[in-house]
Design a protein around this ligand. Structure first.
Ligand code: NAP
Length: 255
């Protein structure tokens, strides 16, 4: 039986990678999913088609999250899409997944103010204001799931700023969990480790071999393995979990 039948969800950054797998997983459980993307319209359309091919329902919404002015437009399109398909604008599940990193990393000494501001805008500021704006649409018993990174637990100097933004999103979960508990809304964090999101780096055998050593299982994670944890948190079975961080790193932090 579908566990999210009649529910609606917004997954930011679901044109590809973990976000796409999450959108597909939520739709598989019966949720209508808004597939958010920034630039890659075709990839977002592919996520929608993948969901529809499997009997689910989805529609795409666009917003560049480094630009705060795009968030009102994102919600106008989200509300219109929900209204058209359900007759209402209720949003049961919000997954703050979209994020940017400094590709390949940058030594802390070389990070520019612009790079710093962009990462914080997309990875920390946008999730806060998306959550703030979504609160009017999320009913009692709703779900908010924020995607962090194992780099909040393991030092990686070239990713200092990225890790700082992920520290920020974990705080969003902690404090909103308390804030929204009276409404039965749970707010949790999922912490992925190295996960094959389809980017070029995962196609280089030597790099793959190196990355595989990080997990206790000695392999790279698949997007579905993170997505399954997000989907679980969205279900009624996870109603007693809030303010928690769920490790989805394949034991990368076991030491
Ligand atoms: P990804 O494949 O790089 O995809 C990123 C998604 O975010 C895309 O849908 C992209 O949209 C969107 N996005 C990027 N920049 C954006 C912007 N400025 N405004 C709006 N949307 C933007 O992502 P991923 O690797 O699956 O990662 C998903 C989440 O898991 C992120 O929060 C990431 O930090 C976290 N994570 C990933 C890993 C990993 O190894 N993959 C490890 C730890 C944590 P477009 O397609 O339109 O560009």
């Amino acid at each position: 039986m579908e566990k999210l039948s009649g529910k609606t969800a917004l997954v930011t950054g679901s044109s590809r990678g973990i976000g796409r797998a999450t959108a597909a997983g939520l739709a598989r459980e019966g949720a209508l999913v808004a597939v958010h993307y920034a630039h890659n319209k075709q990839a977002a359309q592919e996520t929608v088609e993948l969901i529809e091919k499997n009997g689910g329902s989805a529609f795409a919404v666009q917003a560049e999250l480094s630009v705060p002015e795009d968030i009102p437009q994102l919600f106008r399109d989200l509300e219109a899409g929900l209204k058209e398909r359900t007759g209402q604008t209720t949003l049961d599940i919000l997954v703050n997944n979209a994020a940017e990193t400094l590709l390949g990393g940058t030594a802390p000494e070389e990070v520019s103010a612009e790079q710093f501001d962009k990462l914080f805008a997309v990875n920390a500021k946008a999730p806060f204001f998306i959550t703030q704006r979504a609160l009017g649409l999320i009913p009692d018993g709703g779900r908010i799931i924020n995607i962090s990174s194992a780099l909040t637990r393991v030092a990686s100097p070239p990713q200092t700023v990225y890790a700082m933004t992920k520290g920020a999103i974990e705080q969003l979960s902690l404090h909103f969990a308390r804030h929204l508990a009276p409404r039965g809304i749970t707010v949790n964090t999922v912490v992925p480790g190295i996960t094959d999101n389809g980017s070029e780096i995962f196609k280089i055998p030597e790099v793959r071999e190196q990355m595989s050593q990080v997990s206790a299982f000695k392999r790279i994670g698949e997007p579905e393995e993170v997505a399954d944890v997000v989907v679980f948190l969205a279900t009624d079975e996870a109603r007693w979990i809030t303010g928690a961080s769920l490790d989805a790193t394949g034991g990368s932090l076991l030491g």
